[in-house]
Design a protein around this ligand. Sequence first.
Ligand code: HAM
Length: 426
Amino acid sequence: MLTSRPRGTADIVPPDTARWQWLESLARDVCRVYGYFEIRTPTFEHSELFHRGVGDTSDIVEKETYTFEDRGKRSLTLRPEGTASVVRAYLENGLHNRPQPVKLYYLSLPIFRYEKPQAGRLREHHQFGVEALGSDDPHLDAEVIALSLDFVRRAGLTQLDLRLNSIGCPACRPRYREVLVEYYRGHTGEMCADCRRRLERNPLRLLDCKTDRALAAAAPRSLDFLCEACRAHFDGLKAALEELGIGYTVDPTLVRGLDYYTRTVFEFTHGALGAQNALFGGGRYDGLAETLGGPRVPGVGFGLGMERLLGALAGEGRLPEAETGVTAFVIAADGARARALPLVQRLRAAGVAADMDFLDRSFRAQFKAAARYPAHFAVILGEAELAAGAAAVKDLERGVQETVPLDDLAEYLRRRAPRSGPQAGA
Ligand code: HAM
C-alpha cells in the first residue's frame, strides 16, 4: 500500500518535531560547552567498512545490515551505527594531523538495522553520539560519560543507572576469552541455541544473553584478567568518575554488541524503557583505526537513540508540551481580504510568527481557526480599523482587545508574545 510506511520506520510530524528540535538544540549546546564539533558522514558506506570495523561476528553486521549493490556493482551498506564512519572520515580527512584529541559529535543521524521491530526498537532510528579521537586518557572516557549525562539530565531525566566494565585489550583479552570459552563449554547443556552457536565465534557476547543470565553471573570476569595497563586505565576512569560525583555500578557481564570495543564499555539504563531498557551506551575502541588500515588512533564515544530518550522522557512524564502555534493570526473582514497577506508578510519580516486564512472562511470561522491554530493574538482587519491605519488586536488567551496602529503592530506583538513550547526550556 502506498499510504503505509515500511515496518520499523517512523514519521515524525508536528508538533513532535518541535520536541526533536528542542533535544537537538540542547545537544548542540552541551557539545559546544564541551568543545565537541559536528561531523556529518554519508548515509551509506562501502560494506567492507562495517564488516571490518564493527565486526563480522556482531549481530548488527551478521544479521541486520541493509546492504545493496549499486549500478556499478559495488557493495554498499546503509550505516548500522556511527562510529566506524566517523573513524573512516577522521582518517580520510587528515584529522589525525590536527591537535589531538579531535572531539566530534553527530546529531539525529539516521541508523539502519534490520531488527524485529518492537517498542523502542526500530529499523531506522536516529542517534546523537560523540567520538573523541586521539587520546588514551581515562579522563576522556569520564568526560564522554559526563557529557552524555549532562545532556540527558538537562533534557529532564532522573531515573538513570550507569553500568561500567572493562573488557581489556588485544594483550589481555585472548587469555580471558580462552577461560570464558572453557567455562561455557562446561555448560553447553544449559545454554540457549544462539549461545551455543556464538561460543566459538564471539564468546564475550554470551555474557549479554538475555536468557542465560545465571550462567553469565557466575562466569569468569574480564576484570580479573586485565593486563597492568588496562587495569590502571579502568582504575583511572573510576577515580575520575568519583571525582566528578558520577555514580556507577561495575557490571562484569556488560560487553556490548560491537566487536571494536576495547577497555571501557558503559551503558545507561532507564527504568521506564521496559525490555529495551538500554537508553544509550558506548565505550573505547583503541584498535578501530588500525583495523581500517590507518595508524593507531585510540578513541572513545557513545551513541544515544533519540527515540529511546523521548520514550524515557515520556515514561517519567517529562516530555514538554509541544505546539505548532503562531503569535498572530490575521483575520480579515470581506472588504479587507486583499490587505491580509501584505500585513502578514510585514509581521514576518519583523520576526513575528504570523499566519492567516487560506480557505476563504467567514469572519467568524477565521476566529475559530485562530483559536484552534493556536495563535496568541487575533489581528483583526476591519474596514473601520483599516481606514484609521490600525488593527484590532485580541489576546486570545486573556480575551482583551486593543486597537494598535499598523506601524506599531510588530513591536506590540513582539513585546507581548509569550515564549512557548519545548523551546522555552532550552
Ligand atoms: P549501540 O548500543 O548499538 O551502539 O547503539 C547506541 C544506541 O542507539 C542504543 O543504546 C539505543 O539508544 C539506540 N538504538 C540502537 N538500536 C536501536 C534500534 N533498533 N531502535 C532504536 N534505538 C536503537 C552504537 O551504535 C555505537 N556506535 C555507540 C558508540 C559510539 N560507541 C562508541 N562510540
